[in-house]
Design a protein around this ligand. Structure first.
Ligand SMILES: [Ca+2]
Ligand SMILES: [Ca+2]
Ligand SMILES: [Ca+2]
Length: 487
């Protein structure tokens, strides 16, 4: 949540309050000839101006062939416009949910090695429509004027809920850490996801490679089954480890995007073209935001399916079943600011008006990225294999738990990018009264240099990170309907 958004809503509210004021004022200033008198004060936005309203906003418009008596080809004075928008933000570029390098993991049988592929080929799959508002307020005084606009496109939300979703992670080699801690690595490569397994649930690590002990247990009676904890870590048989699969039993994603902005521009109106259509030129500044949250919650994984985890027994000996919990939430704020030019061409036919409008923002995008999360959480100390409470094998996921340290992580990053933004609006309005028109239209916006939350995740153990893929293009399309007063 930025502080900008509440401010924006305040501005929007102010604009709504101004509607009656605008509606009371009217308008038709220079009837008859196709000329107007320039204002005595071209540039002063709030100073004395030359237009005078005639205060008949709801006068009937009479149509007589191509002419009607209520409206000139252009307007003078205060105008206001409001549009309800059904809008859509294009989905991000294809980014898998997970690291795309190949991952070899142990199958859920704890024995065979399989190649694990990411379950989601796209982190965000859809681009649903959502609702938003747009307000414009301004005035014309002769051939110049001012226009201010507020755009507030609300939450574009989508969620997925899936089961058995594999997510690959970059899995660092931690063999040196084991060696430094006194383990006998014997040329065995150990990664962060390596762990011992207890498939038969006897409470002892299974001996997978035969002979030299069963993981953290010595086989004192030589029956092929570990039975006694080793007293020296150098006697642990790292060769009995497998790589834990990172397939989550339950995974939800949630992507939430919104766009808002303000603009303020000086307007210039050219003399009518030969077909009586009018062209107006705008120049000013614009500020736009595109904020996006990508939230992932995952249960299981990290070897959870290789063991029934339970809490340490409480005073009554009761063990609570545990599921490993993970989450990673990513947020990006694209804050785009820069000078803007634009133009509007329109033509009246009786009560109908057709308008085409374009804008170009030479934007500079200040991106703020924030990521927080936790991997392999919900594992308190004393966790154990629920199938064999009281036995010595504390947790098959011990390595994962130890390596990740069960802590929250947080990452921040800032990027600065050029973000040119273009906008095209096509609208048709129908004059209901002298001042009030109903309008429908389409708006398309395109921008480059935009960061998307789901594309900025570095899927690396143990604490993820922010990847640098922060330049994408985006399309915003919206279908609008609303009212105009004296536009
Ligand atoms: Ca066992
Ligand atoms: Ca062994
Ligand atoms: Ca034994």
């Amino acid at each position: 949540m930025t502080i900008f958004r509440p401010f924006l809503r305040l501005v929007a509210l102010a604009a709504v309050v101004l509607v009656p004021m605008a509606a009371q004022a009217q308008y038709n200033y220079d009837r008859g000839g196709l000329s107007w008198t320039p204002s005595a004060n071209k540039f002063q936005p709030f100073g004395p101006v030359d237009f005078e309203h005639d205060y008949q906003p709801f006068g009937i418009v009479k149509v007589d062939d191509q002419d009607y008596d209520g409206k000139e080809a252009w307007t003078q004075g205060v105008f206001f416009s409001y549009a309800r928008a059904n809008w859509q933000l294009s989905r991000p570029e294809r980014h898998e949910l997970g690291d795309t390098s190949m991952a070899l993991v142990t199958s859920t049988d704890g024995l065979s090695v399989v190649q694990q592929m990411n379950g989601f080929k796209e982190s965000v799959r859809n681009a649903p429509f959502a609702w938003g508002n747009r307000y414009e307020l301004g005035y014309w005084d002769g051939s110049t004027g001012w226009i201010g606009g507020v755009l507030d496109y609300d939450d574009q939300l989508q969620q997925t809920v899936d089961t058995q979703v594999a997510v690959n992670f970059i899995n660092p080699d931690v063999t040196d850490l084991y060696a430094a801690a006194g383990f006998n690595t014997n040329g065995i490569r150990v990664t962060m996801l390596h762990m011992f397994v207890d498939r038969d649930g006897d409470g002892f690590d299974d001996d997978l490679n035969g002979g030299t002990g069963a993981g953290r247990f010595a086989d004192t009676d030589m029956d092929g089954v570990g039975d006694t904890p080793v007293s020296n870590v150098a006697d642990v048989d790292l060769g009995d480890m497998v790589i834990a699969p990172t397939k989550f039993t339950h995974l939800t994603t949630r992507n939430n995007a919104n766009t808002s902005g303000v603009e303020l521009m000086k307007m210039y109106r050219f003399r009518p073209l030969h077909n009586a259509s009018i062209f107006e030129l705008f120049a000013g500044a614009r500020y736009m935001e595109m904020n996006e949250d990508f939230i992932v919650n995952a249960q299981g994984g990290f070897g959870n399916d290789l063991a029934q985890l339970g809490s340490a027994p409480n005073n009554n000996g009761v063990i609570t079943p545990l599921t490993i919990q993970s989450f990673w939430n990513s947020r990006i704020d694209n804050n785009i600011v820069g000078p803007q030019i634009g133009g509007r061409w329109y033509s009246r036919r009786g009560k109908w008006l057709f308008a085409a409008e374009g804008r170009f923002l030479a934007g500079f995008n200040f991106q703020n990225v924030h990521q927080r999360g936790q991997l392999a959480g919900n594992i308190p100390s004393g966790v154990q294999n629920q199938g064999q409470p009281g036995q010595l094998n504390q947790a098959p996921v011990q390595n994962a738990v130890n390596a990740f340290n069960n802590t929250n992580f947080e990452h921040y990053e800032r990027f600065e990018e050029w973000a040119p933004l273009g906008e095209l609006r096509l609208e048709t309005s129908y004059q209901l009264t002298k001042a009030v028109a109903f309008k429908v239209g389409f708006t398309g916006m395109y921008a480059d240099g935009i960061g998307r939350a789901s594309s900025l995740i570095l899927y690396q153990l143990p604490t993820l990170g922010i990847a640098g893929d922060n330049r994408e293009d985006m399309f915003i399309t919206s279908f609008n309907f609303g009212v105009e007063v004296n536009r």
